[in-house]
Unconditional design. Structure first.
Lengths: 308, 192
């Protein structure tokens, strides 16, 4: 019986050990990569995709971790909500795990805007709404200057959206990277008291949120959203030249009337193709030149055939 | 001997431990820690609390208020003043929930290099029965950057040999906060 128990223990041990050591699927990396098709092995390769995929993978060392900083303030419901979400939401945990700094993909820090001991860090930034999230490249300089703000955004209550915005900004940044792109009071020795020379951030914000708008309406996001593509305006349909038709019917063939009909036909075809989203048969410059020639032809006075 | 010559030689000997005396100030790419002079002076050693001064500087650098406020009475705990050994550091770190590597012995060199390489400062034994803050290490020139809490407005520079003497003079003991390093001071650059 004892031998059987020992055999069972030995048989189960690797299973238990494996469960404790590492997850079988790195779901966090899956979330970080988002919608991505990476062609691996032989064949056509997209280096931009490879570089982004490498950046979203486990960092090679502590110095290769990206930086995610949250600038918050006291009595800010959105800030509190974000702090809570960042300890529970899988999308945000995939980017940074505040309770497991070693396993965390990025270095994560929360800064209080009123903390005088940290204010110097953000002096050159414009931060007007809270919480503001900042993303910077790793210290190793593998992804360029670590001081550059790759992403600056405001949390609006949707953790997945925030996580996707961050990874999208990193992806754009890596893509671009491939193509070259108040005075603090001194602490005097004579006046050493029991109070610190600055007001440290409180351990717990004692503020109780009151119902109301939790999230700011301003959106100073970096990188700014690309301008929406211009929606094609429907070209006005050219008016049918009834007068030219009447002229042709009543007075017989007339060159100006015929030219007017041809011009109408050209414009009508062009407008129809544009409306259907098709490329015009000739470009605008060529069309202008042809129309100029036709106009000259129509304006030409009739040459006399009789000799003198 | 000419007294002036003697004076000159004495001054040279006194400065021999410091490497080429060019001023260095934060932020600088050669420095791992980023602490402006004004903030460093908050941690001027008041009463033989060099260990807490050194850890406090690292606390500000890594944004760990429980460590940054060691010298004072705050909601994070009562002030810790006076001399310390590794066991006292362990005790107050446990009390205040400060995660730290409390390292003694032969591996301190590697730990100091690791801290500097990853953008962290370190509270280190430096000088006879004294603690200072390691601000950085430049492997290319073999220069160590150290801020002494008795003269916090400047950052001292040591070559390998003199830094070795400095560290050994106090016994091999290093405290490194187990928190992420600070990000570099962010700035806008139109990369998009």
């Amino acid at each position: 019986m004892r031998a059987l128990l020992m055999v069972m223990t030995l048989a189960l041990a690797p299973v238990v050990w494996a469960q404790e050591v590492a997850p079988e699927v790195d779901q966090a990396e899956v979330l970080r990569r988002g919608n991505l098709v990476q062609v691996v092995g032989d064949g056509t390769r997209s280096f931009e995709t490879d570089d982004f995929a490498a950046a979203m993978g486990p960092p090679a060392s502590d110095a290769d971790k990206w930086f995610i900083s949250v600038v918050s303030m006291k009595q800010c419901a959105g800030c509190e909500k974000l702090k809570k979400e960042w300890s529970t939401n899988p999308w945000l945990l995939a980017l940074a795990n505040p309770s497991d700094t070693k396993q965390s993909w990025a270095h994560f820090g929360i800064y209080d805007k009123d903390d005088r001991s940290q204010a110097f860090r953000f002096e050159s930034l414009k931060i007007t709404t809270f919480p503001t999230i900042l993303v910077q490249p790793p210290r190793s300089k593998r992804y360029g200057d670590p001081s550059i703000v790759v992403f600056q955004g405001v949390y609006k209550g949707d953790p997945e959206k925030l996580a996707r915005e961050i990874t999208q900004a990193i992806r754009q940044y890596i893509q671009k990277l491939q193509t070259p792109v108040g005075p603090v009071r001194a602490y005097e020795q004579q006046r050493i008291g029991a109070d610190p020379p600055w007001q440290p951030v409180p351990k717990v914000d004692p503020w109780q949120p009151t119902p109301g708008p939790q999230f700011p309406t301003v959106d100073p996001t970096i990188p700014p959203a690309p301008p929406a593509p211009p929606t094609p305006k429907p070209a006005p349909a050219p008016v049918f030249p009834w007068s030219s038709v009447l002229t042709l019917m009543t007075a017989g063939f007339s060159l100006p009337a015929a030219v007017a009909l041809v011009v109408w036909a050209v414009y009508a075809i062009r407008a129809r193709r544009q409306a259907a989203g098709l490329k015009p048969i000739v470009d605008q410059a060529t069309l202008d030149r042809v129309l100029e020639q036709l106009k000259k032809l129509a304006d030409q006075p009739k040459q006399s055939t009789s000799g003198t | 001997m000419n007294p002036l010559l003697l004076l000159g030689m004495l001054l040279m000997a006194a400065n021999a431990s410091l490497a080429a005396a060019q001023d260095i100030e934060c932020p600088d790419p050669r420095l791992a820690a980023d602490l402006p002079r004004e903030i460093r002076t908050w941690f001027r050693n008041p009463d033989g609390s060099c260990v807490q001064c050194s850890i406090g500087m690292c606390g500000v650098d890594q944004n760990v208020p429980a460590a940054a406020t060691l010298l004072w009475d705050t909601e994070y705990g009562s002030r810790e003043r006076g001399g310390s050994g590794p066991s006292r550091v362990s005790a107050y770190c446990n009390r205040r929930d400060i995660r730290a590597f409390n390292i003694t012995g032969a591996s301190t060199w590697d730990w100091m290099k690791w801290a500097a390489q990853t953008g962290r400062g370190a509270a280190i034994g430096a000088g006879s029965a004294h603690f200072q803050t390691l601000m950085g290490y430049d492997p290319s020139s073999g220069t160590w950057y150290v801020c002494n809490n008795n003269s916090p407005s400047r950052i001292d520079q040591y070559d390998e040999a003199s830094f070795r003497r400095l560290h050994l003079a106090s016994g091999q003991w290093v405290v490194i906060l187990d928190y992420p390093p600070h990000p570099e001071r962010p700035r806008y650059a139109r990369w998009w």
